[in-house]
Design a protein around this ligand. Structure first.
Ligand code: NAD
Ligand code: 89V
Length: 338
């Protein structure tokens, strides 16, 4: 399978490392409006076809899929170009700036008959997968309560300076992952209530969000995230879990400790692998990049819809929109409003 990657910035380096480890894939072309980072990336990964203009990349073609690793404002035009060119697409999160764009992007790729997957990788982290497998095995019975929590004081702005500038920050950038994990465990959401705060005076958007979700399955969950939490041990970038079921409880605690109590008793270290190109503490995310990209390839090969498809991601994105609306209007939002 031949691929092209657009956006040779901070996170694309992980994506390119992961593609290099996936035997079915050869990345044949790169594109970035910033030709300096594009050339540097091309040298590191031995990729010679370089484009500063995506239209030109697509008109030259010669690849089966495109990996869109740019920030959100360019996602819609790039996904629409890909749909027009008839290639499969993997696009970074946040998938779109608003629901209208997201729906148009899903529909454009559907009309082309190609596959669209969102690079929504947090549910693919191996500790989260281990917890999902345990809950799905029935070890804690039927869940009735869940908490998905990401609290950190990590300086995320040094690697991703644009995160300090947007009117929206933590729900759109990070909460989106944590909300997606809640969907993976507890199913789709009926209503959400959210509060937000900005603690760090040097950024524009909110860096704390606390959300209460009612799921169609009857589960109530709390999804909370913060980049204003100074604590030791620093748990970045771990998502911690507490899930109560009718016959037991599961916790994914700091340092990837998975515990089940109740009818089943279990304590297990579910630390992610440190891939050869990865570095701590990012290895958890980096391993999930490899896993989600392999999932994309497996879906293209088998013809199955990716678990984190564009259509699926509309529901995660709707939670982001609903959370902002709830915080702005200080009320519970029914997801049918979005
Ligand atoms: P970045 O700014 O470092 O890199 C983005 C690159 O895209 C830049 O080099 C920019 O020049 C290029 N670009 C922008 N518009 C373009 C266009 N129209 N055509 C060609 N090139 C274009 O950003 P980043 O930190 O690498 O983030 C990229 C995306 O990845 C964001 O959406 C971010 O939310 C996401 N991200 C995801 C994870 C994850 O775990 N899934 C982690 C970090 C970042
Ligand atoms: O996933 C992300 O988009 C990243 C990070 C995990 C650092 O918040 O911005």
């Amino acid at each position: 399978m031949k691929g092209a990657l657009i956006g040779c910035g901070f996170f694309a380096q992980n994506q390119l490392n992961a593609w290099r480890d996936i035997s079915e894939v050869d990345i044949v072309a790169l594109c970035d409006v910033n030709t300096v980072s594009m050339r540097k990336t091309g040298q590191v990964f031995g990729i010679n076809r370089l484009y500063s203009d995506a239209e030109h990349l697509f008109s030259d073609g010669g690849f089966d899929f495109v990996d869109i690793a740019t920030t959100v404002p360019s996602h819609r035009p790039l996904v629409e170009m890909a749909a027009k060119s008839g290639v499969d697409v993997i696009c970074q999160k946040p998938f779109a700036e608003n629901m209208d764009d997201a729906r148009a992007m899903v529909s454009a790729v559907q009309s082309s008959g190609k596959t669209l997957m969102v690079h929504e990788n947090f549910r693919w982290q191996s500790p989260v997968q281990a917890a999902l497998k345990t809950v799905r095995s029935g070890a804690i019975g039927k869940p009735f309560f869940g908490r998905v929590s990401f609290r950190s004081g990590y300086d995320v702005f040094s690697g991703q300076p644009y995160l300090a500038d947007g009117a929206r920050f933590i729900i759109e950038d990070l909460g989106i992952h944590i909300l997606d994990i809640a969907r993976a465990f507890f199913g789709d959401v009926k209503s959400i209530t959210a509060t937000t705060k900005r603690i760090n005076p040097r950024i524009q958007g909110e860096d704390v969000a606390t959300m209460l979700l009612s799921h169609h399955t009857g589960v109530t969950s709390v999804v909370d995230c913060s980049y204003a939490t100074r604590r030791q041990p620093e748990t970045f970038p771990q998502s911690l879990l507490e899930i109560d079921g009718d016959i037991g409880t599961l916790r994914l605690d700091a340092d990837y400790k998975l515990t089940v109590q109740g009818k089943t008793q279990m304590e297990k270290d579910v630390s992610p692998k440190l891939l050869p190109w990865a570095e701590k503490p990012w290895h958890n995310i980096q391993e999930s990049v490899h896993t989600i990209q392999q999932h994309f390839v497996d879906c293209l090969t088998s013809g199955l819809e990716p678990e984190t498809s564009g259509a699926d991601n509309l529901k995660t994105l709707a939670l982001v929109e609903a959370a902002y609306l709830s915080a702005a209007q200080d009320r519970k939002i029914d997801l049918s409003e979005i």
